[in-house]
Design a protein around this ligand. Structure first.
Ligand SMILES: [Zn+2]
Length: 196
């Protein structure tokens, strides 16, 4: 029987390859899952704007908001749609471009050592049951394949600059679904084994 992973690609995720990636630094331990929220245009769900942005195919003139992000070359490893559908853009073995200037537990450059997971949504609003279920399943698969021992939000690694996924994201609920525990010192969650 085939495993769940094909190298850095999760077999059950739909693949939509992004050119926006590069190698991680040599011998990097992939230890953090980083949660974001995005929708394009903001607050509009179900379209193909995010897939287009991450594959450099967004028509910048198609919506006034797109002017504010014109020319951006960004990506994440995964995108979880409102219905729980899972899309993968970049191999987890490679570095996706989602965190920007960031620090986690005094360690800079989160893109180097994290898996970027975008939830379809908007800062300050809530997320769907199916997204929590999909995220919990994804984290379980990631834990099987990589030494992930913490989950944080973009807001935790770039405070003052980034606010996603925001107060509408229920970390306690994610903790209940994953059996992880809240990380009082850093925000987000940590694996139970991390404090052993
Ligand atoms: Zn973000």
């Amino acid at each position: 029987m085939k495993g769940r992973w094909d190298g850095g690609w999760l077999r059950r995720a739909r693949r939509c390859r992004s050119p926006n990636f590069n190698p991680r630094p040599p011998a990097t331990e992939i230890s953090l899952a980083l949660i974001h929220s995005i929708s394009l245009p903001p607050g509009q769900y179900g379209g193909d704007g995010v897939e287009r942005l991450f594959t450099n195919r967004l028509d910048w003139d198609a919506h006034p908001y797109f002017q504010t992000i014109r020319g951006m070359e960004v990506s994440a490893h995964f995108f979880v749609r409102r219905d729980g559908d899972l899309i993968q853009f970049v191999s987890c073995d490679d570095r996706a471009w989602h965190a920007g200037t960031s620090v986690w537990r005094a360690r800079p450059a989160c893109n180097d050592y994290s898996i970027g997971i975008e939830l379809e949504g908007i800062e300050g609003s809530t997320f769907e049951d199916r997204q929590y279920a999909a995220l919990a399943g994804l984290l379980a698969d990631l834990e099987d394949h990589y030494p992930i021992h913490a989950v944080a939000g973009h807001e935790h690694v770039a405070p003052g600059r980034k606010c996603d996924p925001g107060p509408g994201f229920d970390w306690i609920r994610l903790a209940d679904l994953t059996n992880w525990i809240q990380d009082p010192s850093n925000g987000g969650l940590m694996a139970r084994s991390a404090d052993a």
